[in-house]
Design a protein around this ligand. Structure first.
Ligand code: FAD
Length: 341
């Protein structure tokens, strides 16, 4: 497969990775942003989308998801390529200003510099802890919906009590033969309107809700045929199914960052505070994943780091040129790069 070519690869589409696109764009540099999640926003989107944030400069209050939307909008004039649902596994430095990155799906990207904005690590789905059930992954056991037709006319069980579980149970109820939602308690971490809609569909016998936990399964001829559900009432029920969708949320994993041969301090990537460059020239680290004396894991710290990393990369790629500070208000060069003239 032909490698994707770009100036800079940003590993991580959290708030800092998104702002990094903007800062690189101001320097005339194109970016590909890779994230293991299928959505942008990192911790903001995954852990607290509806919570208000009060310490983003000039925005007295906004929800985390609104901040993410605004960052994406701000980056959009520079037309970044988002490679979502891909985890960067390897970074190979072939020469100065020449890197090859490979994702877990064997997509390759060639670039002149790398910026790691990987936060606390790549988010991975929280797994269903039932011994042996992993043999059905991507056949009958799914942690995300990649093709809705997989569930068409099937007896589907959805596990989880958050918005993702409710959203998918409600959406797939229209295409599956039957849907049973299973959650370990009667308290949902989902919007009240979703919960109300689910109860209404149960009342209309269009889907079912079961309060309990999957503790075992049965199989026949290599196919998952039923789940054993231990109910809150102490009863063990056998539930037949054809497809299983697990929506237990995502948790950050340290992932491959530690194996990239960079100097680390307590699982964080050591950088200098002039360029935010790591121990390998041409690889930079910004946001929650980096360490320097005085580091604070705050979004605004990451924004500052992104700006200086972008200046440093522009300078490294154009050593003969003095990289001036250009104001977005008045610089015709910047306006041209933003597509404003
Ligand atoms: P992240 O947001 O962690 O994003 C990193 C991204 O990188 C993730 O999406 C991950 O999937 C991806 N990734 C990692 N490794 C790979 C890989 N190998 N390949 C592909 N993708 C990868 N900060 C504030 O400033 N103000 C607040 O009020 C505030 N409130 C918070 C409330 C909560 C509940 C939490 C948990 C955090 C809060 N924070 C707050 C902290 C803030 O969310 C983080 O500082 C910020 O998200 C860091 O951004 P980031 O872009 O560096 O990393």
């Amino acid at each position: 497969m032909k490698a994707i070519q770009t100036d800079v690869v940003i590993i991580g589409a959290g708030p800092v990775g998104l702002f990094q696109v903007f800062e690189l764009g101001l320097q005339g540099l194109k970016a590909v942003v890779v994230d293991s999640l299928t959505q942008v926003g990192g911790q903001c989107s995954e852990l607290y989308p509806d919570k208000p944030i009060y310490d983003i400069p000039a925005i007295p209050v906004a929800s985390a998801s609104d901040i993410v939307n605004s960052l994406q909008q701000q980056a959009s004039p520079f037309q970044p390529t988002y490679l979502l649902g891909h985890r960067v596994e390897n970074i190979t430095k072939r020469a100065e200003h020449d890197f090859l990155l490979t994702t877990d799906q064997q997509v390759q990207i060639e670039c002149s510099a790398v910026i790691i904005a990987a936060g606390n690590g790549s988010f991975e789905p929280v797994k269903l802890k039932v011994a042996g059930i992993e043999q059905f992954i991507n056949k009958q056991l799914h942690y995300h919906v990649s093709n809705i037709n997989t569930f068409q006319d099937k007896a589907l069980v959805v596990l989880g009590g958050g918005d993702a579980a409710l959203d998918w149970a409600l959406a797939l109820q229209k295409v599956a033969a039957s849907v049973v939602l299973i959650h370990r308690s009667l308290n949902f971490r989902a919007s009240q309107s979703n919960v109300n809609q689910m109860h209404q569909l149960c009342d209309e016998l269009k889907m079912q809700f079961l309060c309990g936990q999957v503790t075992d399964f049965k199989q026949q001829d290599g196919r998952l045929t039923s789940l054993i559900v231990s109910g809150k009432d102490g009863v063990k029920r056998t539930l037949e199914l054809e497809q299983l969708l697990v929506c237990f949320g995502q948790s950050p994993k340290n992932g491959p960052t530690a194996s990239w041969g960079l100097d680390m301090f307590q699982h964080l990537i050591c950088v200098d505070t002039e360029k935010f460059q790591t121990s390998t020239s041409g690889i930079y680290a910004v946001g929650d994943c980096n360490y320097y004396p005085g580091k604070r894991k705050l979004i605004l710290s990451g924004f500052h780091e992104s700006a200086l990393a972008a200046f440093a990369i522009a300078q490294a790629l154009n050593p003969a040129k003095r990289i001036a500070t250009l104001y977005t208000t008045t610089s015709p060069v910047v306006h041209k790069r933003m597509g404003l003239d």
